[in-house]
Design a protein around this ligand. Structure first.
Ligand code: NAP
Length: 295
């Protein structure tokens, strides 16, 4: 029998993921804090829920996709949250990117209430969410992971159980470190190439075919050349993630000097009022370092 899924958080990532679950044949009940977005899911064949309680009532699987650790904590443990209303034995998949220690702690609370928790942050951006091609790094129990593989398959392509609760978030923190570093160096290369008046589209084309090539270059290069920074993945969310990885590295006694420098540049971009730009908008601060883009 097909599973009933409650989907909480229909933002840039959540809405297309929920639509892919509908298309895969699941019954999907969506809840969003601001109710307009629920209508989009209903128009695509999902069901609109006005409250978290209504969404999770009797659901076999509950998915959360909200911004940050306090938000997941709210929707899980709040008076009208998931734990107060979910049926025992339901799977709780958290696709949000949050602190690994918080994920571990919330998973323990959920398990104590009879839920089966999996921390399962994703990578692949809005395009990956729309195309059902996300990379999903999962922390939790192997039996629980296997039991919801049909759900993961509907939204992702590379789906890997990486360890016990919290491990998915640890791997995602490493992911965000690598992506931010890539974006930073790509931005430096763009500013460098433009300073020499090189034909930048051709330059990125040839760079993309060699060892300098990357998914970041493929997906973000042209956006930088066009100064087209509609999100995508907002810099304020990457700022959150750089906070997660720098704190977790410190906690583990691991030095990440380049990552820390990039974290400061991301923080500066956000402080200048550009947190709503796509993370390729890191280019704005890299330009300023060389006296460009001063207006
Ligand atoms: P988003 O567009 O801002 O969507 C977040 C959703 O969560 C919105 O629907 C928002 O509701 C809801 N929300 C926020 N705070 C809430 C709260 N306290 N209680 C209940 N609902 C709340 O963000 P997103 O880009 O989809 O990102 C979601 C998560 O995925 C984040 O952890 C992010 O780091 C991660 N992620 C994003 C991308 C990407 O490319 N965007 C890629 C990989 C991972 P409202 O509509 O009311 O604001």
């Amino acid at each position: 029998m097909s599973k009933t899924i409650a989907f909480i958080g229909l933002g840039i990532m959540g809405l297309p993921m929920a639509k892919n679950l509908v298309n895969a044949g699941f019954t999907v009940r969506g809840y969003n804090r601001s109710p307009e977005k629920v209508a989009d899911l209903a128009a695509a064949g999902g069901q609109a829920a006005g409250t978290i309680a209504e969404a999770v009532d009797g659901a076999d699987v509950i998915i959360t996709m909200v911004p940050d650790s306090p938000d997941v904590e709210d929707v899980l443990t709040g008076d009208e949250g998931i734990l107060a209303h979910a049926k025992a034995g339901a799977y709780w998949i958290d696709n949000s990117t949050i602190r690994p220690d918080v994920a571990k702690n919330l998973s323990a609370q959920a398990a104590q209430k009879g839920l089966k928790p999996l921390d399962a942050p994703v990578s692949g951006g809005e395009a990956g969410a729309i195309n059902g091609a996300l990379s999903i790094m999962v922390g939790g129990d192997k039996g629980d992971f296997d039991a919801v593989s049909d759900v993961f398959d509907a939204v992702g392509k590379t789906i890997v159980l990486v360890g016990p609760s919290g491990s998915g978030q640890t791997v995602k923190a490493a992911n965000q470190l690598i992506v931010a570093g890539n974006i930073e160096l790509l931005a430096e290369a763009v500013v460098f190439l433009e300073a020499y008046g090189v034909e930048t589209t051709s330059a990125l084309q040839v760079l993309g075919g060699g060892l300098a090539g990357s998914k970041v270059l493929d997906q973000k290069g042209q956006k930088m050349l066009d100064r087209s920074f509609d999100p995508g993945f907002r810099l304020e969310l990457h700022h959150k993630d750089m906070g997660i990885v720098t704190a977790a590295a410190r906690e583990a006694g691991v030095a990440i000097p380049l990552g820390s420098a990039v974290a400061q540049l991301v923080a500066s971009t956000v402080q200048q009022g550009n947190g709503g730009l796509d993370h390729s908008g890191l280019l704005t601060v890299v330009e300023q370092l060389s006296g460009k883009n001063q207006d």
